[in-house]
Design a binder for this molecule. Structure first.
Ligand SMILES: C[S@@+](CC[C@H](N)C(=O)[O-])C[C@H]1O[C@@H](n2cnc3c(N)ncnc32)[C@H](O)[C@@H]1O
Length: 196
């Protein structure tokens, strides 16, 4: 995956991204690495074309999956791609961004951000929002591609997983753990944490 954190997300980039990376290995591996109960209510923040949402729906077949994204073109593609999914009845897509999540306090049991965290305009505000919408003991997972020298997409310290870990702890998450996963020539990092 090429660096694209400074992309302007619009209908054109939504189509390009879906074509090039919509089925990137990370979209499904992140879901495989996370823990779910069948009844979980899961929020996918920056859901893009919905590949992770469809994989999530299989895991929480008695729960619900909500995908939010601020790019209307992405939401349109995600809805189209999910229409014939066997679990489509439990998947809902909504316009929304990390910094102002359109959900009530304590309304979800799991939140995820797959290849989206480095696009958030304000990570601190976004993390506060994730803490607000998660129930106590809710889980939050972040997955992103690792690039050269162990860094991820993004600018300055925010491209360093060690710095991101401090940000997560400072925000108030507990049991924050970081792991790395190879897929051929590519690598992904995966954060797991809890809201107490
Ligand atoms: C690299 S794509 C990843 C999409 C999908 N999660 C995947 O892995 O295929 C990043 C997504 O983040 C969304 N995004 C941009 N700014 C955001 C924000 N502030 N909050 C949440 N999502 C955002 C974009 O619209 C885009 O769909």
């Amino acid at each position: 995956m090429e660096p694209h954190h400074d992309l302007i997300w619009d209908d054109e980039t939504a189509e390009w991204y879906t074509e090039e990376y919509g089925d990137h290995f990370s979209t499904k591996l992140a879901v495989e690495l996370a823990f779910f109960d069948k009844t979980d209510v899961v929020l996918d923040i920056g859901c893009g074309s919905g590949t992770s949402c469809r994989a999530l729906a299989k895991k929480v077949s008695q729960g619900q999956v909500i995908g939010i994204d601020p790019t209307s073109g992405m939401i349109k593609i995600a809805k189209e791609k999910s229409t014939n999914d066997p679990y489509s009845s439990i998947i809902k897509y909504m316009d929304g961004r990390a910094e102002s999540i359109p959900l009530d306090d304590g309304s979800v049991t799991v939140a995820m951000a797959v290849n989206s965290f480095y696009h958030w305009n304000d990570m601190g505000k976004g993390l506060a929002e994730v803490l607000r919408i998660l129930k106590n003991n809710g889980r939050f997972y972040i997955a992103d591609e690792k690039l050269e020298k162990g860094h991820t997409h993004g600018d300055g310290p925010n491209s360093d997983p060690a710095h991101i870990k401090l940000l997560l702890l400072d925000s108030g998450f507990v049991d924050v753990s970081l792991s790395n996963h190879r897929h051929g020539d590519e690598e992904m990092y995966f954060f797991s944490m809890i809201k107490k």
